[in-house]
Write a protein that binds this ligand. Sequence first.
Ligand SMILES: Nc1ncnc2c1ncn2[C@@H]1O[C@H](COP(=O)(O)OP(=O)(O)O)[C@@H](O)[C@H]1O
Ligand SMILES: [Mg+2]
Length: 233
Amino acid sequence: MIEIKNITKTYKTGDVEFNALDNISFTINDGEFVAIMGPSGSGKSTLMHILGALDNPTSGTYLLDEKDVSTLSDDALADIRKDKIGFVFQAFNLLPRTTVLRNVMLPLVYAGVHGAERIARARTALLSAGLDENHFQHMSNQISGGQIQRVAIARALVNNPSLILADEPTGNLDSKTGEIVMGTFQKLNKELGRTIILITHEQEIAEHADRILFIKDGMLLEDRTIRKSTPRF
Ligand SMILES: Nc1ncnc2c1ncn2[C@@H]1O[C@H](COP(=O)(O)OP(=O)(O)O)[C@@H](O)[C@H]1O
Ligand SMILES: [Mg+2]
């Protein structure tokens, strides 16, 4: 499903060029749950932006479902994101003073999905993300950190993406809440067959995945299998 081939991302600051990603290659199959680990500044977020079709690499190819997305225009990248990818970020980015349900419906408003279907899909996504129905009409600033992250996961699910990308999704959570959120990701992976790629700098969090890619200085240091992943059905 995902083939990263010899990807380099070069940032220029003044006259200085810096390779945030340095000729990195790997493959991720449908239905895998992969954690990406590495020290701060190792290129994790840069890699996530490329995987999420938010940015192009400087060189190398990125095949997503056999389509080369490494050289697409911004508009074409936006279409790929809308069709295939759900994002969960560390900063929750929910609209305050707006209900949980409405926050999850929002991507569908932009996608032009109509009223009743919007509500139905948002409700299904919230239930899949493990949020209790009692909270659907709460304002997003009136629920706990763990619940907020479930809403963020629901929002990432609502366009039915085959690929879910999460950048430090437990970074702002206490360890117990972090465990619960990771359980939600595992469930989405095992029961709904979603491919999940999750960035973390915490070993305990990473071990909820089936495989860990360790990166350092923009290079792949180690590719470790934790457990056999369930093939996509
Ligand atoms: N837009 C940018 N311009 C210049 N340098 C950047 C930019 N984004 C990231 N970097 C640099 O690239 C390296 C990798 O950054 P990043 O991918 O955010 O690492 P991580 O997420 O692993 O902490 C860092 O040294 C960072 O300073
Ligand atoms: Mg980062």
